[in-house]
Every structure is written in structure tokens, then in C-alpha cells.
Design a protein around this ligand. Structure first.
Ligand code: NDP
Length: 479
């Protein structure tokens, strides 16, 4: 499989003819190669986007919307092959990609295809001064979208769809580890009638192709999802260039369980919030705090449930946990298990590499539950981003709030309780961009999405992201 850049509506080789090997996590085999793009490729992509901008930004909103809805439908029509590609590239179970990743990629285009028709300017009559003020929302020009490997097409399109809806042209880079569905998106956009040059996809390493996008003086905004360290580097590069920036970064999200919760719903959801997508979702609740009266019961019930999860080849429909995304990542996650052990953590289940028969070189790992006796340990403070959770009892609301807020991250939090006043107190006091009460990852695309502290700057979703991808201009007319 040869993956190429998608520039000006065509698939092209990288100018330098340098390539990167791409691995299939399920068996550890090389399955293809992708462009090792450089600044030169980014420049060609930028020129294509710049040339397309005058026409795309002047295209009536109804027409832009119609094209976005076509892309949504074309993704839906390709559900099976996109899901299989996503799984081959990322290691996630095919059934998960079919149920979550690909439908959501389609929904991203459908949602913003509709949302843009409802996104309007404000006007203010300035009474007493015979003036009317209105605010134009103009597209920025050419924008850069950079996305990670965990939810490849889902997060790639979560940026691209609103950028295009708002009238921008895009230079985008998916993760070098999971380029396949982004590659397929080019053809889908052509089939759906997206004009040439409006979307350009450049593959390659973050420190080369990604960095060139961020450094490009005429790419007006950077929408980035990825790790906190990378986010800091991007911010340091883009800030002196006065670019708009949206940074969706890491998380270390608390899952806070009070004894009065609906226990069955809580435990079902907690299995999901801990290990969906092999725990490689920025929203996973990787620190589980349980009120002491139900701690022992939770511990044994939870571990029993986790031990029943089936780890295996992503193509197998009976599998709950597929492969981790890469060998490096598997090693990083296993290192964290060792760190936790050295810090006194008790491994209640998992903790080891798992060999799937016939796929011995695949990057599999048992889902792992670690009991810690203090929140003040690396396993509890640092983002592991794999199938590993810590559990710990707590006694009071004040105590759990303090330990929840003590980490550097603040993306999401989950609270399980049936006490309304406590729900309100906790939701307001917790340091995070998103709070789920008695549920997890229930998404409504109209809501603001993003984190506080080291989890990011800015919000995606709904009108928030359409505001990000437009520049407000105030026009004041005296009459
Ligand atoms: P990385 O930060 O390593 O990479 C993200 C993207 O940025 C990749 O495309 C990467 O390229 C690129 N990149 C790397 N360096 C640069 C640079 N200097 N300039 C421009 N681009 C660069 O993250 P991962 O892919 O490892 O993803 C996992 C991380 O993403 C986790 O921390 C997770 O929490 C976070 N995440 C956050 C979400 C949120 O909404 N807050 C959602 C999902 C994930 P390359 O492929 O070469 O690495």
C-alpha cells in the first residue's frame, strides 16, 4: 500500500521522494509506506489552498453546506472499508471503528454542514448615537489542522469539517502512525464534489511536515490535537507569528464514584470509560476514586469484569480490546506499569504484554488495574494513554475534590452520584472543561469541547469552533 499526499485534488508523491514505513499494530508487520513530506510539500499544499480560497470563501453557504453533506454521505457509503482501514492502521477492533470512529467522521461533516447555515453575525443598534454596529464573521484564509493517532479519521474531520464550513481552505496533517483513512478522505472529497485545493493533506513526521505547517507565515491558524509537550512546542512556534491557536491536549481524568450511585450503570460505564479503544482516548477516566463504603465491592466486581474482557486480533468480532497503536507506545505503557509497581502500586489484574496466537509480534496488552494507596504517584499524575487505570478509596467530598484537581491536566471528569446538591457542588468546583454526571462520553456536537490547565487552550465543537475558524470584524455605520 502506497499512501500519497493529496494536493490540489490529486494524489502526488513527496517532492523529495522520501518515504516512511508504516506498521500494522495487529501483527507488527510493515504494510505500506507514506510520504516523508518536507517544507517543500507543505508549500505546494499551501499554494493550492491559497489559490482555492477566493472561490471557496465566496461560495454561498448553502452550496458549501451541500458539499459537506455529500462528504458525510460518501463516508457513510464507505463505512465498511474505512472501518477496516482504521483498524488495520490503529489496531482498534473493526467493530469499534464501525460503531464509533467512522460514523462520527461522517457526523462531523453533517453537523457542520448544518451548523454553518445557522451561524450568523450579530448586529447592535447603538441607541442615542444614530449608529448601527454589526459583526462580520469572515473566514481566516488557509488554516492548518494537525491530528493524533488515537481516533484518526474522527479527530481529523472534527477539525477539517468546521474549517471548511466556515469558508477556509485547509492544509492538514494526520498522525504519521495512522495515515490511511486520511489518505482515503481525499478521494471521498473529490467524489463528493469538493473543489480542488480546498482541502490538502500532507503526510509525514510532526517535527518536519507538522512543524512546517506551524511555521508557515501565511497559514493563519493552527488547530492541533495531540500531546501536551507537542502542544507547548507548537504554541511557542506559533505565538510570535500571532496565529490563532486551538490546542486540545492530554488528560488524566478522574472518575469519581460515590456510594449512592446507580451501581450497575456505574460499573458498566466504568469498564467502557477505562478501556474503550485500549484506553487510548483523551477522555478515558484513568484515575478511579471510589467512596470507601463501596470500595471493596467495587474492587472485586470491577476486576472480575475486566478479567473477562477479551484481548485479540481487531478483526475478530468477539474481541473487546485490540492492539495498541505502536511498539513504542506499548513499551511506554508497560514502563508505566513498572513505575507504578516501584511506587508501591498493587497490580490487581493485567500488567503484561499479551501474545495473540498467530500474531506474536502484535502490540497487545492485558487491561490493567492498579491499586494505589496515595494519589501522589506518577501512575496517578501522568498521562499513560493505554489500558491502565488506578483505583483508590476516598472518604469525603472535599478530599476527592482536592485530589481530582491536584494534577496538571483538566480535560474531563466523571461523577457518579444521585445527590443533586453534591452534583452541582462538584461539577462547579472541578477543574476540567467537561463534566459528565452519571454517564461518560455522551457527546452533543453543539457543546464546547476542550480542556483547562495543561489539557489545552480554546474550545472545539458547535459555534465555538466556527468562531475560532472565523475572524470577527466590527462594522459601525452612522446614519
Ligand atoms: P503527538 O503530540 O505526538 O502528535 C500529534 C500530532 O502532532 C501528530 O500528527 C504529530 O506528528 C504532530 N506533531 C508532532 N510534533 C509536531 C510539531 N513540532 N509541529 C507540528 N506537529 C507536530 O500526539 P499523539 O499522536 O501521540 O497523540 C496522543 C496524545 O493526543 C495524547 O496526549 C492524548 O491525550 C492527546 N489527545 C487529546 C485529545 C483532546 O481532545 N484533548 C483527543 C485525543 C488525543 P507525528 O505523527 O510525527 O507524531
Amino acid at each position: 500500500m502506497i499512501i500519497k499526499n493529496f494536493i490540489n485534488g490529486q494524489y502526488v508523491d513527496p517532492i523529495g521522494d522520501e518515504w516512511i514505513e508504516n506498521y500494522c499494530p495487529a501483527d507488527g508487520e510493515i504494510y505500506g509506506k507514506i510520504p516523508d513530506s518536507t517544507r517543500d510539500d507543505v508549500e505546494v499544499a499551501y499554494i493550492a489552498a491559497k489559490s482555492a480560497f477566493p472561490s471557496w470563501s465566496a461560495t454561498p453557504v448553502e452550496e458549501r453546506s451541500r458539499i459537506l453533506l455529500n462528504i458525510a454521505e460518501t463516508i457513510e457509503n464507505n463505512l465498511e472499508r474505512l472501518a477496516e482501514a482504521e483498524s488495520e492502521d490503529n489496531g482498534k477492533p473493526v467493530k469499534l471503528a464501525k460503531r464509533i470512529d467512522i460514523p462520527r467522521a461522517s457526523q462531523n461533516f453533517r453537523f457542520f454542514g448544518h451548523a454553518i447555515t445557522q451561524f450568523s453575525s450579530e448586529s447592535h443598534e447603538t441607541v442615542g448615537k444614530n449608529a448601527i454596529n454589526y459583526t462580520l464573521r469572515q473566514p481566516l484564509g488557509v488554516v492548518g489542522c494537525i491530528s493524533p493517532w488515537n481516533l484518526p479519521l474522527y479527530l481529523f474531520t472534527w477539525k477539517i469539517a468546521p474549517a471548511l464550513a466556515a469558508g477556509n481552505c485547509v492544509v492538514a496533517k494526520p498522525s504519521e502512525i495512522t495515515p490511511l483513512t486520511a489518505f482515503m478522505l481525499g478521494e471521498i472529497c473529490n467524489d463528493a464534489g469538493l473543489p480542488k485545493g480546498v482541502l490538502n493533506i500532507v503526510h509525514g513526521f510532526g517535527h518536519k511536515a507538522g512543524q512546517a505547517i506551524v511555521e508557515h507565515p501565511d497559514i493563519k491558524a493552527i488547530s492541533f490535537t495531540g500531546g501536551t509537550q507537542t502542544g507547548a512546542k507548537i504554541a511557542a512556534t506559533a505565538a510570535p507569528l500571532f496565529k490563532k491557536m486551538s490546542l486540545e491536549l492530554g488528560g488524566k481524568n478522574p472518575n469519581i464514584i460515590f456510594a449512592d450511585c446507580d451501581y450497575e450503570a456505574m460499573i458498566d460505564t466504568t469498564v467502557q470509560s477505562s478501556f474503550s479503544n485500549q484506553g487510548q482516548i483523551c477522555l478515558c477516566g484513568s484515575r478511579i476514586f471510589i467512596e470507601r463504603p463501596i470500595y471493596d465491592k467495587f474492587k472485586s466486581d470491577f476486576v472480575a469484569r475486566i478479567e473477562k474482557l477479551r484481548v485479540g486480533h481487531p478483526n475478530d468480532d468477539h474481541v473487546d480490546i485490540g492492539a495498541l497503536v505502536s511498539k513504542d507506545h506499548l513499551e511506554k505503557v508497560l514502563d508505566y506499569v513498572d513505575i507504578a509497581k516501584n511506587e508501591g502500586g498493587k497490580i490487581l489484574c493485567g500488567g503484561e504484554r499479551f501474545i495473540v496466537k498467530g500474531f506474536d509480534d502484535g502490540y497487545y496488552m492485558n487491561p490493567t488495574v492498579i491499586e494505589v494507596d496515595s494519589d501522589d504517584c506518577r501512575a496517578n499524575r501522568e498521562e499513560i494513554f493505554g489500558p491502565v487505570v488506578t483505583i483508590m478509596p476516598f472518604d469525603t467530598e472535599e478530599e476527592v475534590l482536592e485530589i481530582s484537581n491536584k494534577v496538571d491536566y483538566g480535560l474531563s471528569a466523571t461523577i457518579w452520584t444521585n445527590d443533586l446538591s453534591r452534583t452541582m457542588r462538584m461539577s462547579h468546583a472541578i477543574h476540567s472543561g467537561i463534566v459528565w454526571v452519571n454517564t461518560w462520553m455522551l457527546r452533543d456536537l453543539r457543546t464546547p469541547f476542550g480542556g483547562v490547565k495543561n489539557s489545552g487552550v480554546g474550545r472545539e465543537g458547535g459555534f465555538e469552533v466556527l468562531r475560532f475558524f472565523t475572524e470577527p470584524k466590527n462594522v459601525c455605520i452612522k446614519y
